[in-house]
Design a protein around this ligand. Structure first.
Ligand SMILES: [Cu+2]
Length: 332
């Protein structure tokens, strides 16, 4: 995602006048707003043109009775499971293609943190101090050398003054680009609905034919989605028992990867073959934020985390992205 796209999303409402309480609201509205604003608007607009598959709608193409084993089924929307709804939304899909689980494509970057990037209002020293202070995911008294120092940030809504401590708090709220949940256990044959709440995402298997280390069960093809429009979704059926590692091609380098474990009983082992480039060992996310570093795990770290061990995923059913990040930050 480019700065320009973010600037366009940083509308007036996100940076109103009253400061402290609004800052939290700003963070929250970005957490939700970057996705749900456009998602709702675009979903509404396309509602007349499309419907969920198996429900008489076109979905941008013929209604499928089955999902392609490589390309699944993509729809521009509307997505019955968009936003804050329960699993009853799955009933909008007819049984041959009814999902049993949902994963959201998310961007959790407070608008103000993004606005700070590239404005040069923080010194190297302050950035270093902020990064060290938030590394463990908690702000402890005394960690910031000058917590009350103020900086002025240019936003779409005009200049906004914030303290270093407020920036630190927003950095801790920054969860970057992610799949949520980041760990998911499903039964063989289950369909997963990937919901595009924010733009610029896709799903691809770590597969030798994508030039990558093979991290899906033997016999599973090089499946992938297209770039899924906001308000749209992608459906994929996981047939073969085993551990599936997938990534978002535009955002993998920033840590956007996840693991799906397919099993009936017992816990399958990950199968990793050296067929190509492994998951990135280092996150490039601080580059997006002009050097600010909220300590988001790299793709390799995410997939090696205890939180995403197949045992833990099967035990928990789902593992949130927030949990993966918290575990990483706490591990020092
Ligand atoms: Cu993405």
């Amino acid at each position: 995602m480019t700065n320009k796209q973010y600037d366009e999303q940083n509308d007036d409402q996100r940076f109103p006048v009253a400061r402290r309480s609004i800052l939290r609201a700003a963070a929250a509205s970005t957490l939700l707003g970057v996705g749900t604003g456009p998602a709702v608007a675009r979903g509404d607009r396309s509602e007349k043109e499309n419907g969920p598959p198996g429900n008489g709608g076109s979905g941008g193409g013929p209604t499928p009775n089955e999902l392609d084993s490589i390309f699944g089924f993509a729809s521009v929307g509307p997505n019955p499971c968009s936003g804050d709804v329960g699993s009853e939304c799955f009933e909008s899909f007819k049984p041959p293609v009814r999902p049993a689980h949902e994963v959201e494509f998310r961007i959790d970057i407070p608008g103000l943190v993004f606005a700070l990037a590239g404005q040069g209002v923080l010194t190297e020293e302050t950035i270093g101090n902020l990064n060290a202070a938030v590394e463990d995911g908690e702000l402890t008294a005394g960690e910031l050398t000058d917590p009350d120092a103020e900086v002025t940030v240019q936003t779409q809504g005009g200049p906004m003054t914030v303290t270093i401590e407020e920036i630190a708090e927003l950095l801790i709220d920054t969860l970057a680009f992610n799949f949520d949940p980041a760990g998911l256990a499903v039964k063989p044959g289950d369909i997963v609905l990937f919901s595009a709440e924010t733009p610029d995402h896709a799903v691809a298997a770590y597969h030798e034919r994508h030039g990558r280390q093979n991290r899906v069960p033997d016999d599973v093809g090089p499946f992938s989605s297209p770039l899924v429009p906001v308000g749209g979704y992608w459906l994929y059926r996981f047939e073969t028992t085993g551990v599936y590692d997938v990534y978002c091609p535009p955002h993998e380098a920033f840590g956007m990867v996840m693991r799906i474990v397919v099993c009936d009983d017992g816990v399958p082992e990950p199968s990793v073959e050296e067929t190509g480039r492994p998951p990135e060992a280092e996150s490039l996310f601080p580059i997006v934020l002009g050097g600010l570093d909220p300590n988001i795990p790299s793709p390799a770290e995410v997939l090696a985390s205890a939180a995403l061990s197949p045992e833990n995923i099967v035990d928990q059913g789902t593992v949130s992205w927030n949990h993966v990040v918290e575990e990483h930050r706490a591990s020092g």
